[in-house]
Design a protein around this ligand. Structure first.
Ligand SMILES: [Zn+2]
Length: 338
């Protein structure tokens, strides 16, 4: 499918901050993705974790090999964050010399599929570890909707802007693009009101189509175009296998995270029950638990209880009163029935 386009820019220019392809017309909604592709691994504003003074000294005063030695102990997500903290750090981490650092960081992630040919190390790190929508960049929690073939994460709103890969879509592309399968596409489930309909549809990408068109139209003659088409087709074939590896890895990551969250929630309920017992409400909680049913369900799913967050002293003080109020009401109802 597509493999080369983005990568190519990325890869050739990753070290120097890549190019910024300009939008080309009919698909503004996706355009911003172009500029993001290179910058997505760097451009999003993030809270700074390293004091500015230290950052500046890191880059300006320390020998480069020492800085690289320090950075080589970081993971991909740390490097992404670090690269966003200052222009100097960004330039350093995007330099060709920094490739070893990114590679070392990637190797620390167990089971991570190998770096695909079409992406630079920072781009790959961004695809795998930046959890925002690469199109709108709106921080609305974790964006786990990944379009591997397009090399980007997309929230549902941005996904809805993708064109369907059909005759109409293909009719807008150069005729040469129809037979050799060089345009990337993704098969997705069709759901209605959040429920899987049993159908699937194929989506294309205006962004990718645009990048490929631009490359294609820049070629000088038929001979060059034929060579280009052949190359793109081969690259596309090579790229198609990679998403499968990524999907497997991503699914395992999601399972692991889900398990971790469940553990945290279970621990939180235990901690809350212990705290309630300490202030004299243990018996009521035990009654709720022994009876099960709706009341226990309501307690377990209470907004202050069902959180994937460790219970701290401060947190406990913030929820104590409402939980006592909740239990008081439960007790009152129970006594009325008895
Ligand atoms: Zn979005």
């Amino acid at each position: 499918m597509e493999k080369k386009p983005p990568r190519k820019r990325a890869r050739t220019e990753a070290g120097k901050n890549s190019t910024k392809t300009k939008a080309i017309g009919d698909d503004d909604e996706e355009i911003q993705l172009v500029e993001q592709r290179e910058d997505q691994s760097l451009g999003v504003k993030k809270k700074q974790r390293v004091p500015a003074q230290f950052r500046n000294r890191l880059v300006k005063d320390m020998p480069l090999d020492v800085v690289f030695e320090i950075f080589s102990h970081l993971g991909p997500r740390d490097l992404l964050h670090l690269a966003r903290t200052s222009k100097d750090l960004r330039a350093m981490l995007m330099s060709k010399n920094a490739e070893l650092i990114w590679r070392a960081a990637r190797k620390t992630i167990v089971g991570l599929p190998p770096l695909p040919n079409d992406l630079s190390e920072p781009e790959y790190a961004s695809l795998m570890f930046d959890l925002y929508c690469h199109a709108c960049k709106v921080p609305k929690g974790r964006c786990e909707n990944i379009f591997w073939e397009f090399r980007m994460r997309l929230c549902k709103k941005c996904e809805a802007k993708l064109p369907e890969y059909n005759e109409e879509y293909l009719s807008k592309q150069p005729p040469e693009f129809r037979y050799p399968q060089i345009l990337p596409s993704v098969l997705v489930d069709v759901s209605e009101r959040g429920v899987y309909s049993g159908y699937k549809k194929r989506l294309g990408s205006n962004l990718w189509a645009k990048i490929l068109r631009k490359e294609f139209h820049a070629l000088q003659d038929d001979r060059e175009r034929r060579k280009w088409l052949m190359r793109k087709e081969n690259e596309a074939k090579a790229v198609r296998a990679h998403p499968k590896l990524c999907e497997t890895w991503h699914a395992a990551q999601l399972r692991e995270r889900s398990d971790q969250l469940n553990d945290i929630r279970s621990q939180r309920i235990s901690d809350i029950m212990r705290r309630l017992t300490e202030i004299g409400w243990g018996e009521e909680v035990e009654i709720l638990l022994s009876r099960g049913g709706c009341e226990w369900d309501d307690f377990e799913h209470h907004k202050s209880v069902r959180q994937s967050k460790k219970l701290t002293e401060y947190g406990w003080n913030g929820i104590k009163d409402e939980l006592v109020e909740f239990l008081s009401e439960c007790k009152k109802q129970r006594l009325m029935k008895e």
